[in-house]
Design a protein around this ligand. Structure first.
Ligand SMILES: [Zn+2]
Length: 295
C-alpha cells in the first residue's frame, strides 16, 4: 500500500505532553514527513499542569483559570504545521487523560489523571491507532520516562504495552487486525553531544540567567548506548520554529532554549535513539529509523 493514507514508511511517536515531541524529535519528525513518510503523533495529555512562561498568559494555569489544556492543543497544532506533520492525535481523544504533576504531587491521584489510569485501559486506545496506522517504527521514552516525570513513565508503559497488545491476535479483535511493530526506539541523548551543546551555550551571549546541567537533559546516556543517529541539520529551523510554537512552555533564543525553570539548554538538532526491539545491522550506528524494514 503506497497511497496517501498508507505511505510505504510509517512512524509513530508517543509522547506525554504537547512540546515533548518538538524538543525530543522535532528534526526527526520534520525529516520523515518531508521525505513522504506517514508521521503519526499520539500525545497522552493536554499538559494542563504545565507552568506558564509568558506573564500575559499566566492566567491560563491550572491554579488560576485552568484553561491551559485548550491553549496547548492550539500550540501543538501550530508546532505540527512547522514540522509538516498532519496526523496528530490525543490518546483517547483530547482531555481523556489529564496531565499529572511531578512525582509525589497530589493531582497525580485525581480522577482522570494519566498517571492514575490502568495501563491496559490507556493502552487499548493506542492499540486502535497502531492497528489502523500500522507503523513499522515506534519512538517513545525509556522506562524512567527520560527524567522521572510520572506522565513520561506512564507514556513509556502504555506505548510498550500497546505494542505487545496490538500484535496479540487474541486481544480486542474489535480494534482491528493484529499488527507487529518492527522496530521500537527510546529517545536518547549521548553525553558527549550534550556536553558539546552546553559548551556552545556557555560561549554564546544569551539572556538566560543560568545554564542547565547535562544530567538534567532527559535520556542522557553514555555514547556507547546509542544505536541510531538522525542528522536533522537540514530541519533545525523547523525544529526551532516548532519549539517556539509552544510559547507557554518554551522560550527560544537563537539555537538555545529554556523551559519554565529558566535554565538555558542547547537545541539539539541531531537526534539520537536506542533501538530496543528489532534488528540492526552489526557495527556502526544506524542513520535511518527504517533501516532493514520492509514496507
Ligand atoms: Zn513532558
Amino acid at each position: 500500500m503506497t497511497d496517501q493514507d498508507h505511505p510505504a514508511r510509517r512512524l509513530l511517536l508517543v509522547h506525554a505532553h504537547p512540546d515533548d515531541e518538538s524538543i525530543n524529535n522535532g528534526a526527526t519528525m520534520a525529516k520523515y514527513a518531508a521525505e513522504g513518510a506517514r508521521v503519526t503523533l499520539v500525545t497522552c495529555t493536554l499538559g494542563e499542569e504545565g507552568e506558564v512562561i509568558p506573564p500575559a498568559l499566566a492566567h491560563l494555569a491550572a491554579d488560576r483559570d485552568d484553561t491551559l489544556g485548550a491553549h496547548r492543543v492550539a500550540e501543538l497544532a501550530a508546532a505540527m504545521k512547522e514540522l509538516g506533520v498532519t496526523d496528530h492525535r490525543f490518546l483517547g481523544g483530547p482531555g481523556r487523560f489529564r496531565d499529572s504533576g511531578m512525582m509525589g504531587a497530589p493531582q497525580n491521584h485525581r480522577e482522570g489523571a494519566f498517571w492514575a489510569a490502568p495501563v491496559d485501559e490507556a493502552a487499548a486506545y493506542l492499540v486502535e491507532v497502531i492497528r489502523s496506522v500500522r507503523p513499522q517504527v515506534l519512538i517513545t521514552y525509556d522506562p524512567d520516562g527520560g527524567y522521572g516525570h510520572p506522565d513520561h513513565i506512564q507514556a513509556h508503559r502504555v506505548a510498550m504495552r500497546a505494542a505487545d497488545l496490538a500484535a496479540d491476535a487474541s486481544f480486542r479483535e474489535d480494534l482491528g487486525a493484529p499488527h507487529t511493530i518492527a522496530k521500537i526506539y527510546w529517545n536518547r541523548v549521548p553525553r558527549g553531544y550534550a556536553e558539546d551543546g552546553f559548551a556552545r551555550l556557555r560561549a554564546a551571549r544569551v539572556s538566560f540567567p543560568a545554564t542547565g546541567a547535562v544530567d538534567d537533559i532527559p535520556g542522557v546516556v553514555d555514547d556507547a548506548v546509542i544505536t541510531t543517529e538522525i542528522d536533522g541539520t537540514a530541519y533545525a529551523a523547523a525544529k526551532t520554529a516548532a519549539m517556539r510554537a509552544h510559547a507557554t512552555q518554551i522560550a527560544v533564543e537563537g539555537d538555545f532554549f529554556a523551559l519554565s525553570n529558566n535554565l538555558g539548554q542547547p537545541v539539539l538538532t541531531t537526534e539520537y535513539y536506542e533501538l530496543v526491539r528489532g534488528e540492526r545491522a552489526a557495527g556502526s550506528r544506524e542513520t535511518d529509523l527504517f533501516a532493514g524494514v520492509t514496507p
